[in-house]
Design a protein around this ligand. Structure first.
Ligand SMILES: [Zn+2]
Length: 140
């Protein structure tokens, strides 16, 4: 397999922007330090993954793997990466610090409202991927 076939430029760009966002966004920095202060481990390469997702998806939080997914089609500029990452970090924080049942619509609504209030979402309506283990954020 050649280098060109192996490396997806969108994936590379998403990962580059993710590192930039974690280093430069005040809100993202606040959330990652809040996670660490709460005793929740946070490591970019372990806890954030850029992936090709379904059409119209911005990102998601997978509680089974405790991992934030950033969708490579959507997350191609720093504003989108930071907004999506900020939103999903709220879910990660809620999952680590409280007992959230993502299968319970009331719990799901609670964490979505918190994420939407803390981050200026264009479209905070939740949907669920992979049964009840993932929250996902649709791109506007
Ligand atoms: Zn959400």
């Amino acid at each position: 397999m050649s280098e060109n076939e192996r490396l997806d430029p969108k994936l590379e760009n998403c990962e580059r922007l993710t590192v930039l966002s974690v280093e430069s966004s005040p809100f993202v920095r606040l959330m990652t330090s809040a996670l660490r202060n709460a005793g929740c481990n946070f490591n970019i390469s372990r806890h954030i993954s850029c992936e090709a997702c379904g059409k119209g998806m911005a990102g998601g939080y997978d509680r089974k793997t405790n991992q934030i997914v950033l969708c490579t089609d959507y997350c191609q500029d720093i504003e989108r990466v930071t907004a999506t990452l900020s939103h999903e970090l709220v879910h990660m924080y809620d999952h680590c610090t409280t007992t959230i049942n993502f299968g319970d619509i009331n719990h799901l609504a609670c964490t979505e409202v918190r994420a939407a209030n803390l981050v200026d979402c264009k479209n905070p309506l939740p949907s669920i991927l992979n049964g009840e283990t993932r929250t996902a954020w649709r791109a506007q």
